[in-house]
Design a protein around this ligand. Structure first.
Ligand SMILES: O=C(NC1CCCCC1)N[C@H]1[C@H](O)[C@@H](N2CCCCC2)[C@@H]2OC[C@H]1O2
Length: 330
């Protein structure tokens, strides 16, 4: 089996991407944020209080003839940005881009935090991290990828995110038309459950490449890139008027400032993030102060290669044993 579905930016700065999925019988279509940084599949649902729903599509298990309540199971998750949700669990038929899983655990939200309520284009999340991170209790559940893996032609999924355009999530195959040159594969550390790999270094603009190990996670559910402070300060030293603003919670700069590119290494390969991806967004609509797409990871305890980096590559998440991650130009 294979599957292929679109990854569509939800706004004009690519804060997140959503992918259509169908749940139940007859099929109910929701737009989910595919998140390699977590492993819960949760949806806005008929169990979500109306006061917390602002236009999102909902999943109603009682309208699905194939839905079954997973008795006595609950879930609760808090993400790195402080957003959170919790609820109960059903199993039902679940399809992504033509790829179906019969008994997928679908976590129905009984409570979502305000940032989810206000993100009206996201109807829930589909975790693509390792199932060890799943929060369902008393028995943790498998991700869609783990459930589908055995029936896939190849135990992989690929991520092709684009700036202000629809990209794709492919399952079970590697589409040669989506990348150029070779794919560079590096090992993945599955502890505690992220797609953790080690980059081989970085360069700012046309500067020299600094070879150093940068261990971090490939996270489609995070908008920006978060790296060690030394690297980030080296970058913004090249940006006139840049400052690390406590007020705005990170590096900001005059939108008119020239930005260098940022290059990161994977093995011997080099990937360059265009300046336009790092001039992430005005701090408020129409403002001449812009927020950077590259920020410090010092408060996080983990480095994160989010969408700003993933957009610059074609990435293979190889779920074989042992798992690896592959990066290619496109
Ligand atoms: O919390 C993180 N990442 C952290 C960011 C700060 C530094 C540590 C990692 N990712 C979340 C993301 O922000 C959420 N958000 C919802 C609203 C639209 C934008 C996406 C979405 O829900 C869970 C996941 O995806």
């Amino acid at each position: 089996d294979t599957g292929s579905a679109a990854a569509v930016p939800i706004d004009d700065v690519d804060i997140a991407y959503v992918t259509p999925v169908t749940i139940g019988t007859p099929p109910q279509t929701l737009q989910l944020d595919f998140d390699t940084g977590s492993s819960d599949l949760w949806v806005f649902s008929s169990h979500t209080p109306a006061s917390q729903v602002r236009g999102q599509e909902i999943y109603s298990p009682n309208k699905s003839s194939t839905a079954k309540l997973l008795e006595g199971h609950t879930w609760s998750i808090t993400y790195g940005d402080g957003s959170a949700s919790r609820g109960n669990v059903y199993v039902d038929n679940f399809t992504v881009g033509g790829l179906s899983v019969a008994q997928q655990a679908v976590q129905t939200a009984q409570q979502v935090s305000s940032s989810f309520t206000s993100e009206t284009n996201i109807d829930g999340l589909l975790g693509l991290g390792f199932s060890t991170l799943n929060t369902v209790s008393p028995k943790s559940q498998l991700t869609f990828f783990d459930n589908a893996k055995a029936s896939l032609d190849s135990p992989v999924f690929t991520v092709d995110l684009k700036a202000q355009a629809a990209g794709t999530y492919d399952f079970g195959f590697i589409d040669k038309a989506k990348y150029t040159g070779e794919i560079t594969y590096v090992p993945v550390n599955t502890n505690p459950g992220y797609w953790t790999f080690t980059s081989s270094g970085y360069a700012v603009g046309s500067g020299s490449f600094s070879s150093q190990s940068i261990t971090g996670i490939a996270d489609t559910g995070t908008s920006l890139v978060y790296l060690p402070t030394a690297i980030v300060t080296a970058y913004y030293r090249q940006v006139s008027g840049a400052t690390n603003s406590r007020n705005y919670g990170g590096y900001v700069f005059p939108c008119s400032s020239a930005l260098p590119t940022f290059t990161f290494g994977v093995g011997d390969a080099r990937f360059t993030i265009p300046s336009s991806y790092i001039s992430y967004s005005p701090i408020a609509p129409g403002s001449s102060t812009c927020f950077g797409g590259l920020q410090s990871s010092s408060g996080l305890g983990i480095n994160i290669w989010g969408d700003v980096a993933l957009k610059a590559a074609f990435v293979v998440f190889n779920g074989a044993n042992p798992p690896t991650i592959g990066w290619a130009k496109k």
